[in-house]
Structure formats: C-alpha cells, structure tokens
Design a protein around this ligand. Structure first.
Ligand code: RB5
Length: 144
C-alpha cells in the first residue's frame, strides 16, 4: 500500500502521534500533514491538505483526527474523490470499508482513547470493500 496521509488539529494531535507510531509498527509509511504540536489551529487547514491529497490521487488512504471528528468529516467530504467516514466505534470502521469503500478514516481525539483507536485503525486498514451492489450504490452519488 502507498503511504497513508494523516492530519489533525490541536485536539487530535496526541492521537495522531499515537496512530503514526502504530502505523509504522504495522509497516505502513506515513505522510504527516501536521500540525507539529498542540498549539491551537483550524481543522479545515489540515483536513483540506489530507483530503486534497486523496482527491488528486496522491494517496489512496488517509486518516484525519480532530476533537469530535465532525469538523474533519465535513471538510473531507467536500472533495469529490473522498469518502470520509467518522468511526468512533469498531463496527462503523468495519462497515465503512465493506459497504462504503471509505478512503479517509476520521476519529475524534476527545471521544475515544488510544486502545480503541488502535483497533479501529487496524480494522479499517485490513477490511476489504465488498463491491457488487455496494459499488452500484457508490456510483449513484460519487462524482455527482
Ligand atoms: C476544536 O476545539 C474542535 O472544534 C475541533 O477539534 C473539532 O472537534 C471540530 O469539529
């Protein structure tokens, strides 16, 4: 797999650093779009960088983390080539891949802890898209 693009805001910074460590332990390369610390920043600036990279085809998969995951989801899903899924639970992480072929995983750094996020990330990376009727459904709204 090509490197995974990752970004956050200040509220997601700590979890971003934890997820980066997990990704490299799992053998993935990471493209870190920032920020570099916990100073207050605006989540759209970082969401746009990661979602733009996916939209332009520079990355296949991305991970975005803000406080709740809500703002990053809204930003990322403005991009035509992005299917961003806010997954603060394991079932959503699995189904976002199986049925929605999500290409950006969004999590809330103020909602979940590092133990759950580690399981979510691994599940999300390892679960394949089922295709078939789910592909036909994606085609109904992707590239509108
Ligand atoms: C930052 O305070 C917070 O608004 C942001 O991290 C995110 O939760 C927005 O949706």
């Amino acid at each position: 797999m090509r490197p995974i693009a990752i970004g956050s805001d200040h509220a997601g910074y700590d979890l971003k650093e934890t997820v980066k460590k997990q990704l490299s332990e799992l053998g993935y390369e990471v493209g870190d779009f920032g920020p570099d610390g916990t100073e207050s920043v605006d989540y759209p600036d970082y969401g746009i960088k990661v979602a733009g990279g996916i939209d332009r085809g520079e990355y296949d998969r991305g991970i975005l983390i803000c406080g709740t995951g809500l703002g990053m989801s809204m930003v990322a899903n403005r991009f035509n080539g992005v299917r961003a899924a806010l997954c603060n639970d394991l079932f959503s992480a699995m189904m976002s891949r199986r049925h929605n072929d999500a290409n950006i995983l969004v999590m809330g750094g103020r909602v979940i802890g590092s133990g759950l996020s580690a399981q979510i990330v691994r599940t999300w990376l390892e679960t394949p898209f089922e295709g078939g009727r789910h592909k036909a459904r994606l085609e109904k709204f992707c590239n509108l």
